[in-house]
Design a protein around this ligand. Structure first.
Ligand SMILES: Nc1ncnc2c1ncn2[C@@H]1O[C@H](COP(=O)(O)OP(=O)(O)OP(=O)(O)O)[C@@H](O)[C@H]1O
Ligand code: SF4
Ligand SMILES: [Mg+2]
Length: 352
């Protein structure tokens, strides 16, 4: 094996989890034709277009793509956390059969935190500096379950223990500024998982942390997901993390899903030229080959989106027909790609 990602080193538990990909009769989450736009002074600005994907119960899916491709807004759309004054959502977000896109704000509050939780890159901005971490975790539980303060505290201590915080009885009474960045992210994970949600959306949860702590938090998320059966949407720029943690990878480009595939397959043989470019841009692989294999050009801005294939200006495989809009093409084995040439192109991946 010559690539930077050694899939033989991927935990066996991931391989087990892969077994159910695509065969679950009832998806946990089914996103259908989700389009988001923001109201601006110049009219509606489209941000994402016809996003489709499903998540099976307990599945771990990496959502990748360059900056500005629409990963965060997609995660926020699922929880309806976008500013209601300006964000316009079209399409369906079926969660266990209930359409979250049309749910009342009151019923949505009952879903948020209880059924679906989200954690972000910077835990300090999500934690309230004037309350102890124990109070904040306990409150996340008491919003959904009518328990006493004492029981809430007990639950918070258990949750801190579960995310590997030493001396949780003591840490429970500390304030966010008394904890390291890694500890704070563990607190956020404890808070997100205390109600045992069925889905956790983790938006670059390790980006603000140093490398050793990043690996610990990634391992923690994977092991908690395995243990509790919580499905995970892992938004990240780090394809190595996706390889180690997830069963499936969804690539977004310029507000659209462009590839959706089991991780092992996409690492070996990406079907969309953009995914292939991302995989070839992995630093370890470029160094090994002595070239900087980056993708030329930039992601187009939402206000200047080109017609036809949105990746065309950067694609070395483009031909005249790519000037037409590209639908997702089914390729078999639970895979699809938004490129009409996907079935014929032989593209390099990260694992050869
Ligand atoms: N509240 C908003 N109003 C207007 N445009 C927005 C708003 N939030 C995001 N956008 C735009 O939506 C697009 C997608 O943004 P998003 O934050 O989802 O990207 P991303 O893929 O998460 O990028 P990154 O990897 O940098 O986090 C960007 O062009 C961004 O400028
Ligand atoms: S449709 Fe054409 S331009 Fe777009 S990714 Fe495929 S080959 Fe490249
Ligand atoms: Mg983002």
């Amino acid at each position: 094996m010559t690539g930077v990602i050694d899939i033989s080193a991927v935990p066996a538990s991931r391989a087990d989890a892969t077994a159910h990909v695509g065969v679950s009769p009832q998806p946990l989450l089914e996103v259908r034709d989700l389009s988001l736009s923001f109201a601006t002074a110049k009219g509606a600005l489209p941000i994402t277009r016809n996003v489709n994907f499903t998540i099976a119960p307990g599945e771990r899916v990496g959502l990748v793509g360059e900056s500005g491709c629409g990963k965060t807004v997609t995660g926020l759309s699922l929880l309806r956390l976008l500013p209601p004054q300006s964000a316009r959502i079209q399409g369906d977000i079926l969660f266990n059969g209930t359409n979250l896109a049309t749910l009342s704000p009151r019923r949505m509050r009952a879903v948020r935190g209880r059924e679906i939780a989200m954690i972000f890159q910077e835990p300090m901005s999500a934690l309230d500096p004037v309350f102890t971490v124990g109070d904040q975790i306990s409150e996340a539980y008491r919003i959904h379950f009518p328990v006493s303060r004492a029981e809430g505290r007990e639950r918070a201590i258990m949750a801190l223990r579960e995310v590997g915080i030493p001396a949780p009885e003591r840490r429970c009474d500390e304030y966010p500024h008394q904890l390291s960045g890694g500890m704070r992210q563990r607190v956020m994970i404890a808070m997100a998982l205390i109600c045992k949600p069925k889905l956790l959306v983790a938006d670059e949860p390790t980006t603000a942390l140093d490398v050793t702590v990043q690996a610990q938090i990634t391992d923690l998320l994977r092991s908690l997901s395995e243990r509790t059966g919580t499905a995970l949407i892992f938004i990240t720029h780090d394809l190595g993390v996706v390889a180690e943690t997830c069963t499936r990878m969804i690539t977004m480009y310029a507000g659209e899903v462009v590839e959706d595939a089991p991780v092992d397959d996409v690492l070996t043989r990406p079907r969309h030229p953009y995914t292939s470019g991302l995989l070839r841009s992995l630093p370890g692989l470029s160094k090994r080959r002595g070239v900087l294999a980056s993708i030329p050009g930039r992601v187009p801005s939402p206000s200047a989106m080109p017609a036809g294939c949105r990746f065309r200006a950067r694609c070395s495989h483009a031909v005249a027909s790519c000037a037409q809009n590209q639908p997702m093409v089914e390729i078999g084995n639970g895979r699809s790609a938004r490129c009409w040439r996907a079935p014929e192109l032989l593209l390099p991946g990260a694992v050869n």
